[in-house]
Design a protein around this ligand. Sequence first.
Ligand SMILES: Cc1cc2nc3c(=O)[nH]c(=O)nc-3n(C[C@H](O)[C@H](O)[C@H](O)COP(=O)(O)OP(=O)(O)OC[C@H]3O[C@@H](n4cnc5c(N)ncnc54)[C@H](O)[C@@H]3O)c2cc1C
Length: 394
Amino acid sequence: MFDTIIIGAGPAGLSAAKILQESQKVLVLDEYFHAGGRLLGQLYEEEKGRWWNGLEIARRLIMETEGKSEIRLSTSVYNVELDDIYTVHTTAGVFKSRSLIIATGAREKSTPLPGWDLPGVMTVGAAQVLTNFSRVKPGNKGVIIGINPLSMVIAMELGYTDIEVAKICLPPKNKINDQTPKDAFETLVSLGNSAPSKFISFGTRVAGRVKPLHPAALKLFPKGGVKAMGLPISIKEKIIRINGTEKVESVTMQKTDSKGRPVGRKREIQCDFVCISDGLAPLSEIGSLLDLRHVYSEPLGGYVPLHSEMMETELPDLYVAGNVTGIENAKVAMYQGQLAAHRILGDEEAAICTLASINNERKNAKVKFHKDLIHGRETVEVMWKEIEKERQMN
Ligand SMILES: Cc1cc2nc3c(=O)[nH]c(=O)nc-3n(C[C@H](O)[C@H](O)[C@H](O)COP(=O)(O)OP(=O)(O)OC[C@H]3O[C@@H](n4cnc5c(N)ncnc54)[C@H](O)[C@@H]3O)c2cc1C
């Protein structure tokens, strides 16, 4: 029997364990063979000369928790039940605890298109882990399909190696993805207010050239794309097919107008790998298994379990932390893990202090996944308060 079980050994889960283990018996479970979650692949320059090295941060967290918390890797949680205490069913047996933290992170979304089942097609996250963690090149010349903060950050990371990124452009329009050149343009401009240093100069340059943002500005965006941060970005071109017999050999591109309608001829670009990125969504299956109420929030990345800003849920002694509560950067995830731990230990002063750090990081974040994120957070908090009021009245 454990005091607390934490599902997920990413930055949120390990940060919670680091605090709880000082006075509690803690078990951390993760289905991957290595602890650290998505930190493992992260590497970029936040400000001139200051690097965010996720692998190093993960190693530090692992060193600080190993031997003090029990960490079980390659262990997948497939069910959780609550009956006075939490019973956690995993591929390595059943474990019980008084408190539970769900820190399962996020999943990548991908847009399907013809040829996406060829060897050499992967998500941007897979390319990130291959390059920065496994030190294996995904290929020599790649194309990235999808323009969003994650794909841009990872394209930049690939650029640090000798991998050539030949094109970054939009996927074809279909039921799953209807991103228009205007949406992509807005994403690029909004990156100017956040994101790593190279984006700041890029975003400022684009915004400066086309201020204020209006349809005419988008029309001026060159059809062949621009080369910014050393990355060939095309918002008025869509990749409509990935070609190859045994593996990826090329992609077929179609030029579009500013509304995303096809114009002109198609062309082919040779490449040996393709990354697809349609953003991230919170991974909250465990919350669903416990019948937690979920809220849909576009700025948070999709359905998130209803929770308070203090990381509580509607169930007793059940907390959430990290990307499962909404897509944000790893620093926020770490603070959220700490906050959940302080709440479990009943340390209100530390909890309030950590909440202030979260809000501060949120405001000044170098990597922001959605421009309306703060609004998304506020909406969930308002709903939580309404439900709290209802509960108190009943
Ligand atoms: C592909 C990808 C790339 C990203 N790149 C960046 C970036 O460059 N910069 C940035 O700031 N943010 C990035 N993020 C956002 C990133 O998720 C956060 O930075 C941070 O890692 C979130 O921490 P977390 O602890 O909430 O989740 P994660 O780091 O995702 O960790 C969650 C852990 O839970 C485990 N898990 C999930 N379900 C189960 C289960 N059922 N049983 C057992 N274990 C389970 C997973 O294996 C994982 O190790 C990226 C996210 C993804 C998905």
